[in-house]
Design a protein around this ligand. Structure first.
Ligand code: ADP
Ligand code: MG
Length: 312
């Protein structure tokens, strides 16, 4: 077809359409098809390869294209939700293929992103925490250290980078900061496990009865980046301290894997007031020291001060 513009104009002339489509309703439908800007653009782009009869035989395909396109606009009834129709040319035959919509591509991307943050027993608002809306007040040091960590880690992920142990009172934003870092690291392609330690301790105890301790422990200890939230918030049994926490930290220290902590206690308080005293009330200073040596190796203590930001 040499001049498709004229050809389409011919189609669109009423007498021509009447001849091709004696049925009035069908004629109306096809008129809309041939008036569609995407159809016109497609035919025009491929005019060198198309004959008039190629186009005529494609009525059904062109109509399918337009009706699927309109269904997307209406937001319902699509053949393949998330996909949009596209006209393609296959050996002089016009066909419709379906390609992912931008919305679907976006959704798939954020799903992949969310998968990189594996959170265990964390509250939902962490999902939306970002470094950008982190309020600096009292937290400037914590924030700048976090940004520094991210920059250095991303520049050389296999090298050893000391992480941080954030401590400060209830509600100052320790968990929020960990969440924001995890999300930022996910944006850069790194996987983080963010776990609420007291809940994890309960879960792993429950996992004994169905033999899942080993798998749970392995998944946590091997995580690319690990964040242990709220350590010290609940009394821990000696088993959790030595055979779970101790094993996780030992592995991470040996493998030099980034490991963050948050706590209401300073490191000193964690050692003296929490790890030393077993649930049964026994004083076990050496056991506490062994854990703390690993914590010191893995993380630098950073204090966060500020007001309690929790909604009252
Ligand atoms: P902590 O873990 O120190 O007890 P959280 O991180 O849970 O404190 O923060 C307490 C509340 O304040 C949460 O509701 C959290 O979403 C909110 N919050 C903390 N820091 C920020 C921040 N920088 N910007 C917005 N909200 C914050
Ligand atoms: Mg917290």
């Amino acid at each position: 077809m040499e001049d498709l513009g004229t050809e389409i104009k011919k189609f669109l002339k009423n007498e021509n359409l009447s001849e091709r489509y004696p049925n009035v309703n069908y004629r109306d439908l096809m008129k809309k098809v041939y008036e569609d800007p995407d159809v016109i653009a497609f035919l025009d782009k491929n005019k060198a390869e198309l004959t008039e009869s190629n186009v005529q035989r494609a009525d059904a395909k062109l109509y399918e294209f337009l009706s699927e396109k309109n269904k997307i606009i209406l937001g319902k009834g699509m053949i393949a939700p998330g996909y949009k129709p596209q006209l393609v040319l296959n050996n002089h035959m016009i066909d419709v293929s379906y390609v992912p919509t931008d919305a679907l591509i976006e959704a798939q991307k954020s799903k992949a992103l969310a998968k990189r943050v594996k959170s265990m027993s964390m509250s939902k608002d962490i999902k939306n925490a970002t470094m950008n809306d982190f309020d600096m007040d009292g937290r400037g040091d914590a924030l700048s250290q976090s940004l520094k960590f991210i920059t250095e880690f991303v520049a050389d992920p296999s090298a050893y980078h000391q992480a941080m142990y954030f401590y400060g009172s209830f509600g100052v934003g320790k968990t929020y900061l960990l969440g924001a870092m995890a999300n930022e690291l996910a944006n850069r392609g790194y996987q983080t496990t963010l776990m609420h330690f007291p809940s994890f301790a309960v879960e792993i105890k429950n996992a004994i009865s169905d033999n899942r301790v080993y798998d749970m422990l392995n998944a946590v200890k091997k995580s690319e980046i690990l964040m242990i939230d709220d350590i010290g918030a609940d009394a821990m049994s000696s088993w959790v301290r030595d055979d779970i926490l101790g094993v996780i930290l030992q592995y991470r220290m040996q493998e030099e894997l980034p490991t963050f902590f948050s706590s209401n206690f300073s490191m000193k308080q964690l050692e003296d007031e929490h790890l030393r005293i077993s649930q049964r009330g026994e004083d076990e200073p050496l056991k506490a020291k062994r854990i703390m040596e690993r914590v010191h190796f893995l993380a630098k203590e950073v204090k966060i001060v500020g007001k309690n930001r929790r909604p009252k």
